[in-house]
Design a protein around this ligand. Structure first.
Ligand SMILES: Nc1ncnc2c1ncn2[C@@H]1O[C@H](COP(=O)(O)OP(=O)(O)OP(=O)(O)O)[C@@H](O)[C@H]1O
Ligand SMILES: [Mg+2]
Length: 353
């Protein structure tokens, strides 16, 4: 995570382009339990590529969600994604902490496309580098102040307080780890396929070694239908969902979805290649999928075929019990695809690293 302070119980908050998710969990040594979950539509054009654009409309929805949860919690764990954040592996001279931090802010200049004075830098040591002795691989995380301020601000306007700020991909990995445990020596890929991005993370023996938001997702498909059939965005979105849920829809929409898999999988494959070429971890043994768009018919099969790697759904409630009257099993299966990042955030406690 980028920062975490206080030891308050938090609400996990995942602000997406298409929907906002809020998860309240009870975390104890004996395990975790879901107490409540709220999901509401993101106001139109309030979020763009990971940047919060319309604070007023968004903060109103956040207040509604808190009301729906009926929670007393005021502290939030939120996550940056998309253009708000850059996560990059770099290699630096092995050094102690203070020297390393200095060196990183200097090094960062050549790796990030904006002024280092405008970013929050954070890092995670991966271990000795293949580049040579006394060289270390480090995962550098740079978040633009401007984006961070807007997150704090929108959360504040909803009378909440942001006490943990994370990276969406790291929260996804946290959700995976808490549910599936750490698998020593195993390299798994996690993909959260949302509306505008696919958050792709590689976890090696429980550690995030790669994290990138690939700019493809449900909106890629909606745009294809819109273009191919000459309909507007709302109509295209409705057709996509109808096809996906097996409801009446034009055959053309169904075939446009199938055709779009190729381009999406190409993008995903390019990121996997980049990971393989820049990382010492071996190939990915298994993909776990989540996100609203993982339900697109044929997508999981296409990813599996193109990457030659099996895919299975990431169940965010695999090892998490549910408490609370509103959490029927049918509701849980309804939110299952959407919940991973919010749950990964809701499981965070200040003091985690
Ligand atoms: N049953 C379904 N079949 C196919 N697609 C679906 C289904 N339900 C939702 N979607 C799509 O999933 C997307 C929403 O998923 P999700 O809430 O995970 O995205 P988001 O977090 O808002 O987006 P992002 O993370 O990219 O900002 C939308 O593009 C929506 O069309
Ligand atoms: Mg999302």
């Amino acid at each position: 995570m980028l920062f975490g302070f206080g030891s308050k119980k938090v609400l996990g908050l995942d602000i997406g382009t298409s929907s906002i998710k809020m998860a309240e969990l009870d975390v104890s040594k004996r395990g975790a339990a879901l107490l409540g979950f709220s999901m509401m539509a993101t106001p139109e054009v309030a979020v763009n590529g990971g940047e919060i654009v319309d604070l007023a409309s968004l903060s109103e929805v956040l207040s509604d969600m808190v009301r729906e949860l009926g929670t007393k919690r005021k502290h939030v764990a939120a996550a940056l994604w998309g253009s708000a954040i850059i996560v990059k592996k770099i290699s630096v001279q092995a050094a102690d902490k203070s020297v390393l931090e200095q060196q990183l802010s200097w090094e960062a200049e050549q790796y990030i496309p904006f002024d280092v004075n405008e970013v929050n830098l954070s890092y995670k040591i991966l271990g000795p580098s293949a580049a040579g002795v006394e060289i270390m691989d480090v995962l550098l995380v740079a978040a633009r102040h401007e984006y961070v301020f807007k997150y704090m601000e929108v959360i504040g306007q909803a009378r909440l307080e942001c006490s943990i700020l994370d990276v969406a991909g790291f929260a996804l990995a946290n959700c995976f780890e808490k549910n599936y445990g750490v698998m020593k020596g195993q390299v798994v890929g996690l993909m959260n396929i949302g509306a505008s991005v696919t958050t792709f993370v590689v976890v090696d023996s429980g550690e995030v070694v790669f994290c990138r938001d690939i700019p493809v997702g449900g909106l890629t498909y909606t745009a294809e239908i819109q273009r191919g059939m000459g309909v507007n965005a709302d109509e295209a979105e409705a057709m996509k969902l109808s096809v996906s849920m097996g409801q009446a829809a034009p055959d053309e929409a169904a075939s446009l979805i199938q055709n779009a898999h190729e381009g999406v999988c190409e993008e995903i494959n390019a990121s996997i290649d980049f990971f393989l070429n820049t990382n010492q971890s071996g190939g990915v043994a298994q993909f776990y999928l989540s996100g609203g768009s993982m339900a697109l018919p044929g997508l999981a099969q296409a990813i599996s075929r193109v990457t030659g790697t099996p895919c299975e759904p990431l169940n965010p409630f695999f090892r998490i019990k549910s408490k609370g009257k509103k959490l029927s099993s049918s509701y849980l299966s309804e939110i299952q695809n959407f919940a991973a990042i919010a749950v990964g955030l809701g499981l965070r406690q200040a003091g985690d690293s």
